[in-house]
Design a binder for this molecule. Structure first.
Ligand code: NIG
Length: 426
């Protein structure tokens, strides 16, 4: 991910001065890459989201030490070790950076008219993907790269520190390869979504064979994941299985867009094939919920998409109560969810989906990490999505004394500081 502090932003103005009881605002420095260790102190409320801490994962009057891009120490401020330098966040709340595990950032054009028609009563249909495919194909490489980089910058400015994105608006071998390359330069994880829509004029089964053959071969060096839109108007369960099995055999991890537009077999297929995540989950049977609860497949809910398509909200409360792992992601794309704001998604999950603030934070951090299989550290890959010794130093400092403000003050500019892999970016 290549995010930087947004150019030309008036940071003092953006962070504001409020009379809401939290300590006075002080503009932090622009992106900092100083070496050595850094003690972050004055943390009013630290959400570690650390599974090892169980119910005690929120610390008050806390401090964190960051070194070599990792968390080196977490605990009470009074017990903090010395470090090369210190930053006092003056009573603010600190969370792990958001892990946005579902975005479609490689696109050109917008579909504002389609959105307006939806607000006037039209239903969402998969066919709009073709409109964005045409606009994306027409955009030059540099234009497209610039659009993607801008979206990543917006995401980082909103507290996102780890981000997945997909192909899926190319829909031929050359254009999917271009999208995969651009995505790999901009995002932490890339998903091949050649099976997003059968392009106009193509025979569906022939297209599936292209996806499973030359297209997969072309994108393979640039992607870690494969996805399929298993839905009415996109790919049948049989076609979806064919794509997923071919991609699994090529060594890719699996994800599925499922049960978005109506009930269907997407969830069952994802669970059967051991997909890391099934995303959308608006129309779930009791069997789907039980299958997810009994599996390692994460149910990723997309609150901004549900509002923008006026879909029934994904049953995140029911999934959590059944014991499923839930992730929250932005699904940024021009058709169903034109936002990278995870703060908004978390607020919506609390206000509309009836998650507690802690559950929503967990779903948008550790849940996203689980959906990308990045919740556990490997020797060369520190875990993301929670704060413990050895995890990546991805911190999101809110301009508020407590994380409840994310839902209590929805839509307010609450992101005050962002550290990504130990480097201050906002
Ligand atoms: O996740 N559902 C499939 N893909 C996107 C929407 C794509 C579009 O309409 O452009 C989604 O919502």
């Amino acid at each position: 991910m290549t995010g930087h502090a947004p150019a030309g932003r008036d940071d003092d103005a953006a962070r504001g001065h409020r009379a809401d009881g939290h300590p006075g605002a002080q503009a932090p420095p622009a992106a900092s890459s100083a070496g050595g260790s850094e003690l972050i102190t004055g943390i009013g409320e630290l959400h570690t989201v650390d599974p090892a801490r169980g119910a005690d994962s929120v610390l008050t009057d806390a401090a964190v030490v960051v070194e070599n891009g990792l968390i080196a120490w977490v605990g009470r401020a009074s017990e903090a070790p010395a470090a090369d330098r210190a930053t006092d966040v003056e009573g603010r709340a600190v969370l792990p950076g958001w892990v946005d595990s579902h975005t479609h950032l490689v696109f050109a054009g917008d579909r504002g008219a389609e959105f307006a028609a939806r607000m006037a009563g039209e239903a969402y249909a998969a066919g709009g993907i073709g409109v964005t495919t045409n606009a994306t194909r027409e955009a030059g490489d540099e234009t497209l790269r610039g659009l993607v980089a801008g979206r990543v910058r917006d995401a980082v400015a909103g507290g996102t520190t780890y981000l997945e994105t997909k192909t899926g608006y190319g829909l031929d071998v050359e254009q999917e390869l271009r999208a995969a390359r651009i995505a790999a330069d901009a995002a932490d994880e890339v998903t091949f979504l050649g099976a997003h829509l059968v392009p106009e004029g193509a025979d569906p089964d022939d297209y599936v064979e292209t996806v499973c053959g030359p297209m997969l071969q072309a994108v393979r060096p640039h992607v870690q994941w494969a996805d399929v839109f298993c839905e009415r108007g996109a790919f049948t369960p049989e076609q979806s299985r064919r794509v997923l099995e071919a991609c699994r055999d090529a060594g890719l991890g699996l994800r599925v867009h499922g049960n978005q537009i109506g009930p269907g077999e997407g969830v069952a297929l994802a669970v059967e094939l051991g997909a890391a995540s099934v995303d959308h989950c608006n129309f779930l049977s009791d069997e789907d919920v039980a299958a997810l609860a009994g599996s390692a497949t994460v149910a990723t809910v997309l609150p901004a998409c549900d509002l923008s398509t006026r879909a029934p909200l994904a049953p995140a409360r029911k999934l959590l109560d059944a014991g499923a792992t839930v992730a929250i992601a932005s699904n940024c794309n021009p058709g169903t969810s034109y936002t990278t704001s995870m703060n908004f998604c978390v607020a919506t999950a609390v206000l509309q989906m009836k998650l507690t603030v802690d559950e929503a934070i967990r779903a948008a951090t550790l849940g996203g990490a689980k959906a990308l299989r990045r919740d556990v550290s490997a020797p060369d890959r520190p875990a993301v999505g929670h704060l413990a010794v050895g995890t990546r130093a991805d911190l999101h400092v809110l301009d508020a004394p407590a994380a409840v403000h994310l839902a209590y003050r929805p839509g307010m500019p609450l992101t005050w500081g962002v550290w990504r892999a130990g480097r201050r970016e906002v």
